[in-house]
Design a protein around this ligand. Structure first.
Ligand SMILES: Nc1ncnc2c1ncn2[C@@H]1O[C@H](COP(=O)(O)OP(=O)(O)OP(=O)(O)O)[C@@H](O)[C@H]1O
Length: 273
């Protein structure tokens, strides 16, 4: 069984007359796999990621035939089971770390909060773990970082802190929603290298949301293409680079000049995809 199996996931507003925002999508992610989710703005990528992490706002209705993470159907599970999964095994990294971090609290106290609640560690043990996780994500002075406030760190460093915070629970899946979009290109590459390193060294699966199919093709083994709330294609990156793809995927490829596939020449002759 896959690590994550989503079947018939629908997300909608409470307005019955409005069309659903995510329309019955199904996909799976194997343990240790990096899967990209790509699509134009508004195609439903973030809502799908938030539904997996059970973080959708209450203003939205969510329904699914099943949403099984590590053998537990989160649609059917108790609050306690869900809290256990979400308290550690599944970590979420957002585009803007500043909106996830409390500006007036030290990094250390924010990092240890969840792990103390869910794993019953003492403050000292939790701070030791936080320091180790900060070292794992390449922070040069992990002990010093614990005593800093978010605004004292650069954007790239804040994103490393968010990833370190996710690692505190030793997750099996990291759901990363455009984690590098707000960063400049060099820092973006460093954060992606870090996520790939975590995947290789710890076997952590990754669901990586981006609007950039070329970027995803560099490190994902599989890519889900979303359009208007549906997954229109689910293909391996090898298949993508070989050129076998849906017209909408080809349009996304065409929008990125530095991704070359066998189809590129053909694409230049295809009108109005
Ligand atoms: N809380 C909400 N209430 C109502 N509609 C919403 C809500 N959140 C998102 N939407 C709408 O749902 C659709 C899908 O949004 P979503 O954020 O998943 O898109 P996305 O593919 O992640 O886009 P982007 O790349 O711009 O982040 C959009 O039309 C958006 O306006």
């Amino acid at each position: 069984m896959a690590l994550l199996e989503v079947s018939g996931l629908t997300v909608a507003t409470h307005d019955d007359r409005a069309p659903a925002l995510v329309k019955g999508v199904s996909f799976s992610i194997e343990a240790g796999e990096i899967v990209g989710v790509v699509g134009a703005s508004g195609s439903g990528k973030t809502l799908t990621a938030l539904a997996v992490a059970q973080l959708l706002p209450r203003t939205l209705d969510v329904d699914a035939h099943s949403l099984v993470f590590d053998g537990v159907d989160l649609m059917e599970s108790t609050d306690t089971e869900r809290a256990e999964v979400l308290g550690g095994q599944l970590a979420m990294v957002f585009q803007d770390p500043l909106s996830s971090l409390n500006p007036v609290r030290h990094i250390g106290s924010q990092m240890i909060e969840s792990v103390r609640r869910h794993r019953g560690l003492s403050k000292r043990e939790a701070l030791q773990l936080a320091e180790t996780c900060l070292a794992d994500v390449g922070m040069v002075d992990p002990a010093g970082c614990l005593k800093k406030h978010p605004h004292e760190l650069s954007g790239g460093m804040r994103q490393r802190v968010m990833i370190a915070m996710g690692l505190m629970g030793d997750p099996r899946l990291i759901v990363a929603d455009e984690p590098t979009t707000a960063l400049d290109v060099t820092v973006q590459a460093q954060v992606i290298d870090l996520i790939v390193k975590i995947n290789r060294e710890r076997g952590t699966a990754v669901m990586f949301v981006s609007h950039n199919i070329a970027l995803l093709s560099e490190f994902c083994s599989r890519i889900l293409v979303m359009r208007e709330g549906k997954i229109v294609e689910d293909l391996s990156t090898d298949a993508l680079l070989a050129g076998a793809s849906h017209p909408y995927t080809r349009a996304l490829i065409r929008a990125v000049p530095n991704l070359t596939t066998d189809r590129d020449r053909e694409l230049a002759t295809v009108d109005d995809l």
